[in-house]
Write a protein that binds this ligand. Structure first.
Ligand SMILES: NC(=O)c1ccc[n+]([C@@H]2O[C@H](COP(=O)([O-])OP(=O)(O)OC[C@H]3O[C@@H](n4cnc5c(N)ncnc54)[C@H](OP(=O)(O)O)[C@@H]3O)[C@@H](O)[C@H]2O)c1
Length: 199
């Protein structure tokens, strides 16, 4: 398959890229910088021009998206907007603009995270953005068939605990391998409207 991978340079994206390539897929690696295909999820024009350049694709996978973490009392409207624009609307736009560039039985696999179902202190903006993506996936899948839309929702990833361990005391971490396998299930399988919760 020809697969657009957004966030290909990150911790999750790098592992996913390696596995997809090993499985014989052609991967177009995208991110804001240091990738074959520059794209900024907060800029619809850059998403549109990327799809125009690479269409058609068989699958779109996203391993990107950042959100601010702050105590509730310190979160501003701009913080919520930034989390929503980057992680939620950015991925929603990937589907909206990608629908005309994807193969008839193609798939979109988005990323959320455990914070939509098990929040931590400082995660209100992140939890809200993740929850928005999951609600979008369930609704969009009702209308996109036979194109499929899913999301992968991992707990904290073991290989990134150096950055995040203090935020997730006592949480079960999950290996990159387990998370990557959920993307493979979404991309190569036949399910739609699923939130693949890992951990
Ligand atoms: N790490 C975890 O434990 C964990 C757990 C659950 C969920 N997640 C979610 O999984 C995703 C990936 O996490 P990660 O740890 O791999 O993050 P990461 O290492 O920071 O990588 C993020 C990737 O996304 C790209 N990116 C960021 N903003 C972008 C934008 N606006 N447009 C296009 N590309 C953008 C980055 O590249 P550029 O900077 O070049 O754009 C990079 O390739 C995130 O959504 C995160 O919330 C992570």
């Amino acid at each position: 398959m020809k697969i657009l991978l957004v966030g290909a340079t990150g911790s999750l994206g790098t592992a996913l890229h390696a596995t997809l390539a090993k499985r014989g897929h052609e991967v177009i690696a995208a991110s804001r910088s240091h990738a074959d295909a520059p794209v900024d999820l907060t800029d619809p024009a850059s998403i549109q021009s990327l799809f125009e350049r690479i269409r058609p694709v068989d699958a779109v996978a996203c391993a990107a998206g950042s959100t601010p973490y702050k105590p509730l009392i310190q979160l501003t409207r701009d913080d919520y907007l930034s989390g929503f624009l980057n992680k939620a609307l950015g991925q929603i736009e990937l589907v909206r603009l990608g629908l005309s560039a994807i193969a008839p039985r193609g798939s979109f696999t988005l990323v959320t995270g455990i914070l939509s179902r098990e929040p931590i202190v400082t995660s209100a903006a992140a939890s809200a953005a993740n929850g928005a993506v999951e609600a979008f996936v369930r609704a969009a899948a009702l209308e996109t068939a036979p194109i499929r839309v899913n999301a992968v929702s991992p707990s904290v990833i073991t290989e990134t605990l150096d950055k995040y361990a203090t935020f997730f005391p006592g949480y079960e971490s999950v290996s990159l391998e387990r998370v990557v396998q959920a993307y493979i299930r979404s991309i190569e399988g036949s399910e739609s409207g699923r939130i693949f919760e890992i951990g």
